[in-house]
Design a binder for this molecule. Structure first.
Ligand code: AMP
Length: 188
């Protein structure tokens, strides 16, 4: 399985990606997790990324390419992987295609879009703000992240539709029900 999970912040990409990773024994790569680890570790990458993340903006594309290429180049990613939070715009999607070719890996097989309406997204993100205390889960930052999603990430749906890879699943219901849909959509 070589898939990317698409969907607004709070649509469940992290939860479903983790379950796919466990079920299929392949790595999940979350650029958001990797960037938060870099911020927590006080690395140069973390220092550059933090102001963008705290403002709910995308970090500059160049900051995430290294993370992705390094992870996809590792041995365990040769049998498959799940991408969560990357690509985030069309330029990143084009770079990903080129990167896979350079790494002599097969192309991405599917892009699974978790569809959740805006009201539910806001409800989930506010709840996560309380539970996890993420710096970017404050109301005004949440609003901005949704705007960024609509402006920059949503166009990826058309990009993958044109490649014949897009599968949209309803991202509401129980975690297990959603998982069945995601597995079917990702061709598992
Ligand atoms: P996430 O956990 O995927 O919602 O990501 C949290 C934050 O990390 C985002 O709001 C961005 O600031 C940054 N980020 C994560 N992935 C990317 C990416 N592929 N490109 C640019 N910024 C990203």
């Amino acid at each position: 399985m070589r898939t990317v999970l698409l969907g607004a912040p709070g649509s469940g990409k992290g939860t479903q990606g983790k379950k796919l990773s466990e079920r299929f024994g392949i790595p999940k790569l979350s650029t958001g997790d990797a960037l938060r680890a870099a911020v927590a570790g006080g690395t140069e990458l973390g220092k550059q990324a933090a102001p963008f993340m705290n403002a709910g903006k995308l970090v500059p594309d160049q900051l995430v390419y290294g993370i992705v290429e390094e992870r996809l180049g590792q041995a365990d990613a040769r049998k498959g992987y799940i991408l969560d939070g990357f690509p985030r715009n069309v330029a990143q999607a084009q770079v990903l295609d080129a990167m896979l070719a350079r790494l002599q890996q097969p192309a991405l097989e599917s892009a699974v879009h978790l569809h959740v309406d805006d009201e539910e997204i806001i409800r989930r993100l506010l709840e996560r703000a309380v539970q996890e205390g993420r710096h970017d889960d404050k109301p005004d930052v949440i609003r901005h992240r949704i705007e960024v999603y609509n402006a920059e990430t949503h166009p990826l749906l058309a990009f993958y539709q044109a490649q014949g890879k897009l599968k949209t699943v309803q991202g509401t219901g129980t975690i297990d029900d959603i998982f069945q849909r995601v597995v079917a959509a990702a061709g598992g």
